[in-house]
Design a protein around this ligand. Structure first.
Ligand code: FES
Length: 171
């Protein structure tokens, strides 16, 4: 299916009620509720989403290596607010200083949501707004969680190294 056809299908599904969409797809409704993950970028101001990689968008991806141009406008939020929810690659990136960054798996350890993050600089924790779980940025076990939710572990850390004006993340 071409990208244009996929977009038309997404647009259609966004405009019909869930029950109709499920019937249209022949999917039982109970299956459609089993995952919090999707590939839709929300455009919530923290992401650099909707891209598939390339020099014109501020980063490239080669194998398991992502190279980010730290001076590119796509990553200006990383400089101004010291963190981003990098939805296109499902990552979280935290700036500690001009020469030190951390990168994390962006899928929540609880149910894989990757578009609902916020960062609390006072507690050094990322919070997933899907069910309000918080996770330590040192990738240790998470803090106590509300509502007795199972957390399924901590955020996974990736190697993030500054090289000139680039940030190189190894997945
Ligand atoms: S999916 Fe993140 S807290 Fe539930």
């Amino acid at each position: 299916m071409s990208e244009k056809e996929k977009n038309k299908r997404r647009e259609f599904l966004n405009h019909v009620c869930p029950a109709v969409a499920m019937a249209f797809l022949g999917v039982p409704a109970i299956q459609s509720c089993s995952s919090g993950d999707d590939d839709v970028d929300t455009g919530n101001g923290n992401n650099n989403g909707g891209n598939t990689g390339g020099t014109d968008i501020g980063y490239t991806k080669s194998g398991n290596t992502i190279t980010i141009d730290l001076n590119h406008s796509s990553f200006s939020n990383l400089q101004s607010q010291s963190w981003i929810q990098f939805t296109a690659e499902k990552l979280l990136i935290l700036k500690l200083s001009s020469s030190s960054y951390k990168a994390f798996e962006g899928r929540c350890p609880h149910q894989n949501t990757h578009t609902a993050w916020s960062y609390n600089s006072s507690t050094n924790q990322f919070k997933c707004g899907q069910h309000s779980n918080s996770y330590e940025t040192d990738c240790s076990l998470p803090a106590a969680q509300p509502n007795s939710l199972a957390t399924n572990g901590s955020l996974k850390c990736y190697t993030a190294t500054v090289s000139g004006s680039n940030l190189v993340i190894t997945l």
